[in-house]
Design a binder for this molecule. Sequence first.
Ligand code: NAD
Length: 258
Amino acid sequence: MALVTGASSGIGQGIAIRMAQEGAHMVVNYYSDEEGAQDTQKAIAQAGGKCLLVKADVSKEAEVEAMFAQAKKEFGTVDILVNNAGIQEDADFLEITLEQWEKVINTNLTGPFLCARAAAREFVKRGVKKKTSTAAGKIIFISSVHDIIPWGGRVNYTTSKGGVMMMMKTLAQELAPQKIRVNSISPGAIKTDINKDEWKTKEGREQMLSQIPYGRIGEPDDIAKVAVWLASDEADYVTGATLYVDGGMTLYPSFAAE
Ligand code: NAD
């Protein structure tokens, strides 16, 4: 069974649907968008998959613990966690409030920490079940190219994603002896709600494309396909890695030959 946080829209929805198509039972976490979560559930049902919807704020310890308890009650255990939920709340550094800082750090950094801890405790308790996987469990963080690319006006977001990178590496190192694989996918520009103000206008799209050597804006399924592979035993020797799925955004496109 795979649990995806923030799966009522965008990348999380895409991952939940594709994992179900590949045969996983799903726990679809959502925050407030129940309708979006139901759309995910419908698509999973169409794929013949089982799905439990759980409303929870990933930044709240009690809600995360209750979500994992519900997931275990329904499916017996948790095999895969996709830490996808995330937000942006942009503000120039001289103007940013403590509230804006904490909101993003709580959702993008503390949330993945709470979920990873709950998942790892379950993986260690259960151990390897050879019929399911060669690993005891898999954790995938949906980070961002902004775990390495600075981004003015968004210190809360970039700091959260930089923190996610070190959390991922530290957990990968610490949990490898327990046969738990921990990795990140760092997307570039993917067409979702988080950046709709940019891709909805012609100028915004052109600006985005100027940073993408591969010449197209990504779709949630570009990330979902990689997540499915990373969660599978095909990737059994991959741990502590960040896969930049970004059409080349991290290749310093402004330095390309004329
Ligand atoms: P999105 O806005 O469609 O999805 C974010 C999801 O997180 C939403 O479903 C939202 O309800 C959920 N969420 C927000 N706060 C939550 C909370 N406290 N508890 C539980 N869920 C919560 O945007 P998206 O682009 O699909 O974003 C998914 C992830 O991908 C984020 O972590 C984001 O930082 C990352 N990302 C996106 C892009 C991109 O270009 N779209 C690029 C890099 C990284």
